[in-house]
Write a protein that binds this ligand. Sequence first.
Ligand code: SF4
Ligand code: SF4
Length: 92
Amino acid sequence: MGQERKLIEIKEKVPSAIRRYEGKGTKGPVVITVDERRCKVCNICVTYCPGKVLKLELETVVVVNISGCNACMRCELMCPDFAIYVDEVENG
Ligand code: SF4
Ligand code: SF4
């Protein structure tokens, strides 16, 4: 508990870190954006992602297998902290 509180305090001090991952998913090009400052590493998106795209690290979720993303948007819809967004990129 104390450790979690400490992590939140540390995150509040650092500037927002938005990380963009671009790649080709199962349906075409996709961009996954993670707002690392908002992510509280709850694991929901990792659990419900059907493509094993996401992985938890110490302070945020990261994209490890963008080629498995089918743009189902489950991660975006289920994240309680609005920390992850998925955009399908138009071809051509
Ligand atoms: S859109 Fe679907 S497949 Fe892609 S990262 Fe999110 S949950 Fe996984
Ligand atoms: S559901 Fe949201 S807050 Fe939870 S680990 Fe995923 S991105 Fe982070």
